[in-house]
Design a protein around this ligand. Structure first.
Ligand code: ATP
Ligand code: MG
Length: 424
């Protein structure tokens, strides 16, 4: 016998039992951003490799070791997108959406990174992201963060996530700080691990991100980025903090928060949770005023975030908040008798017209009455509508309540909608 082909490691099927929670998550996110007047943009999942090298940065984890890059049949180097921001900026530039305009955009879809698969970390995963263009003041940073806070409320997890905030300042501020940090790290090189030594040369701010407690101890005395911020950057950050305060959104300033991608400046933030073990960041973003021009467009300020949907779903599952999400069937039609069977497809269509907001599943393929009722129960439906020969002849149906202690009723088919709404 031939061996069954398996999915690629770290790339998951989303099975029918899991899709209801995903659909729920997706619709809450869509509905929430719609309430802020944001528009959807859809980008291809494959882009030129250069796009990601030029935006995310050559010496980041993503570009150095996580990208799915291959030559296509023409010999062009292509990459499965590891994130959405670069593609969104590319699309905005290409279609003239950005220069001298304001755009509030969102996207959702699969991303690809060749990482070690583990809980909350996969090779194909899904992000919901927002990108806003053409606004440089801190009010829009606050709006974007307020929107994320509203997500948590909508999912009932507001008390399970916390907001960490930092300002990276301008590129100039950071260049000066970078030098001071490198000088400090050089003095303490003996106490650094290999990873930090390497990063000291390539991307020193990332050393601040270390998970190694020994290196963290060294960093206690490191120069602070906040001491190197220009007055403008400080003012921007304090306005953001004031706006968040006035919204009642709590945050902690984390001076070590630098983010793994090169394009950020000024505001950076992460929403973190302790429900998920090591993979605790659910949503991360910030300002990237330089990226549009870096990718060939006219300078345009921008801010955004991306959220990992697998991590969000995991939080909901961990907290057992997925129980009430309904399955795919509300009404299951049981067919008893030959005449009923002949008419069952047409009657099912009729019932769908009478109950346009219900998900109506018809028993197909016959079967004993009891068996059909078992299938009705298993379908998760709250009601069984029974079509028997006599009833069909009289234009009637029987409604059996599957989840409530209520006697079944016999009613005219045409009264089905009113009977069901009046008793609920
Ligand atoms: P991490 O530090 O966990 O590797 P990151 O800084 O690489 O995250 P971003 O590039 O900022 O993550 O992506 C935004 C969000 O996308 C993350 O906060 C996380 O929720 C999600 N995410 C990133 N990589 C993965 C992955 N491999 N699997 C599942 N979700 C992911
Ligand atoms: Mg990562």
């Amino acid at each position: 016998m031939s061996k069954n082909i398996q999915a690629i490691r770290g790339m998951n099927d989303c099975l029918p039992t899991q899709t209801p929670v995903w659909q729920k998550v997706e619709s809450v996110l869509r509905d929430t951003v719609a309430r802020y007047g944001y528009s959807e943009i859809r980008m291809p999942v494959v882009e030129s490799t250069d796009l990601f090298k030029r935006s995310i940065g050559e010496v980041t984890d993503i570009v150095e070791k996580e990208m799915y890059t291959f030559d296509d049949r023409n010999g062009d180097s292509l990459t499965l997108r590891p994130e959405g921001t670069a593609s969104c900026v590319r699309a905005g530039n290409q279609h003239g959406l950005l220069y001298n305009q304001q755009q509030r955009l969102w996207y959702m879809g699969p991303m690809f990174r060749h990482e070690r698969p583990q809980k909350g970390r996969y090779r194909q995963f899904h992000q919901f992201g927002v990108e806003v263009f053409g606004m440089s003041e801190a009010d829009i940073d606050a709006e974007v963060i307020a929107m994320t806070a509203r997500f948590w409320q909508a999912f009932g997890i507001a008390d399970k996530v916390t907001l960490e905030l930092n300002s990276l300042g301008s590129n100039e501020d950071r260049a000066e700080y970078r030098q001071a940090l490198v000088d400090f790290l050089k003095q303490h090189e003996a106490s650094l691990d290999e990873d930090s030594k390497r990063r000291m040369e390539t991307n020193p701010l990332r050393v601040l991100d270390t998970k190694n407690p020994d290196v963290q101890a060294v960093l206690v005395d490191a120069p602070k980025l906040s001491d190197y911020l220009s007055d403008d950057s400080k003012a921007h950050f304090s306005t953001l903090c004031e706006r968040l305060d006035s919204l009642g959104i709590k945050y902690t300033v984390n001076e070590r928060l630098v983010r793994g991608l090169d394009y950020y400046n000024r505001t950076v933030f992460e929403w973190v949770t302790d429900c998920l073990g090591a993979q605790g960041t659910v949503c991360a973003g910030g300002r990237y005023d330089g990226l549009v021009s870096q990718l060939g467009g006219k300078a345009t300020p921008a801010v955004g975030f991306a959220m990992g949907l697998e991590r969000l779903v995991l939080i909901l599952e961990t907290l057992e908040l997925t129980q009430d999400i309904p399955g795919p069937v509300d009404v299951y039609i049981v067919v008893a008798g030959q005449e009923a069977e002949k008419q069952s497809l047409a009657l099912a269509e009729k019932i769908r017209e009478l109950l346009p907001n219900s998900r109506v599943q018809l028993n197909c393929g016959g079967g004993k009455f009891k068996k059909q009722l078992q299938k009705a129960d298993k379908s998760g439906a709250s009601l069984a509508v029974i079509l028997g020969d006599d009833e069909v002849a009289n234009g009637q149906v029987t409604v059996k309540y599957l989840r409530e202690e209520k006697p079944q009723i016999s009613i005219a088919l045409t009264d089905l909608a009113s009977a069901l709404t009046s008793d609920s």
